[in-house]
Design a protein around this ligand. Structure first.
Ligand SMILES: [Zn+2]
Length: 376
């Protein structure tokens, strides 16, 4: 195992932070996997899974069973991890800029594309290497632009650069109160479908561009755009495919669950032939993949006490009562119904709803949304 430290731009003197990355397997391996935990710093199940993986990967490396290079970042967001307010960790939004830590990753497709046709040829592997080199160089150049980067921007770029050469990027998150689910692209679904089975994903939602420039999409969108520009003249595949694994809810920091999830990732690597040994048989997929555009956010029509009538993990019918919002002063009771049949996979942890807030998420089957598809 190799341990590297990557300094972030210090916001004020005496407060320098680092991203710590751990590297396993042969440095010259053909395939490269990137895994990070707790980019939303108050989503800690991923950090425990990453720590569990750290032990398992070190064992596999010692046994000579790793046939790929793995980069592991267990603490992806040291900035957000240090944000507490009155006994409450607040790691989803950056205190300084008020932006979501998992949005606005820069897209360097234009920088990569500049003069690229002169460097491409008929060899798919050659083109992949050329694009990866340029991807890395473009992020490196952005990182060394002195005088204009904030700590947050340097953190985003550092994480992007650590992951940009990977074949597969696994971003470990969780929801507020939820069952296992994931987000990926339709193009990447065939490669991640076995992972969804081992993991036990109850909802697998697919979109090519959800509109937020999230960490997972900042890799796939670059390859998608390069394919669109150059794909008719040169062979270009997806040099990087990514998935956001949602490891249940924020309170699900538990050894048994983390062992299950780390094992699911290793079983998937075995399935791909990237870890020696035979992968266990693929379990059934718990629920079919759906389009992210078919997912529904259920909102509170008024402010009031939020009382649920269903648990995450329930396959619900159209019109089914999911929750009630109760105003104890006016006695108004407003039901919140499922707009279509689907998988009720996540809900708020708050029990005093504010008017209009998202109270529940359902993976439906009828696509009806477009544009920005994510929560704030
Ligand atoms: Zn998250």
């Amino acid at each position: 195992m190799e341990h590297q430290k990557h300094a972030l731009i210090s916001p004020v003197p005496g407060t320098e932070r680092h991203i710590d990355s751990f590297h396993f397997g042969p440095a010259d391996a053909e395939r490269h996997i990137y895994v990070q935990g707790a980019l939303h710093a108050d989503e800690l199940p991923g950090m425990l899974v990453a720590w569990t993986l750290k032990q398992r990967l070190a064992e596999l490396e010692t046994l000579g069973q790793l046939a790929c290079r793995v980069t592991l970042v267990p603490v992806a967001n040291p900035v957000g991890l240090d944000q507490q307010l009155m006994d409450t960790p607040l790691g989803r939004y950056d205190f300084e800029s008020l932006t979501n830590f998992n949005r606005r990753y820069i897209n360097v497709a234009a920088e990569i594309a500049e003069g690229l046709d002169a460097a491409l040829n008929d060899d798919l592997a050659h083109n992949r290497d050329v694009i990866r080199d340029r991807f890395d160089a473009a992020l490196g150049a952005a990182l060394t632009e002195t005088g204009s980067l904030t700590t947050l921007e340097s953190m985003r770029l550092t994480l992007q650069r650590l992951a940009c050469r990977a074949d597969f990027v696994l971003d470990l998150h969780c929801d507020f109160d939820a069952v296992e689910h994931l987000y990926t692209t339709p193009a990447a679904w065939p490669v991640f479908e076995p992972l969804a089975r081992y993991f036990g994903s109850k909802a697998s939602m697919l979109a090519t561009d959800s509109g937020g420039q999230s960490f997972d999409e900042c890799f796939t969108l670059v390859w998608e755009q390069l394919q669109q520009t150059f794909g008719e003249r040169f062979p270009i595949d997806y040099g990087c495919q990514s998935v956001t694994l949602e490891l249940r809810g924020q309170r699900d920091v538990d050894h048994q669950l983390a062992d299950h999830d780390a094992q699911a990732i290793i079983d998937w690597l075995r399935h791909l032939g990237l870890v020696a040994g035979e992968a266990p048989p693929l379990p059934e997929l718990a629920y079919p993949a759906t389009e992210l555009a078919a997912m529904d956010f259920l909102h509170a029509p008024i402010g009031g006490l939020l009382v649920f009538h269903a648990e995450p993990g329930a396959a619900v019918e159209a019109g089914q009562l999911i929750a009630e919002i109760i105003d104890p002063i006016s006695d108004r009771v407003e039901p919140v119904h499922a707009p279509q049949a689907g998988m009720f996979y996540a809900r708020s942890q708050r029990r005093m709803a504010t008017a209009g807030m998202i109270v529940a998420d359902i993976a439906g089957h009828q696509s009806h949304r477009s544009g920005y598809l994510l929560a704030p």
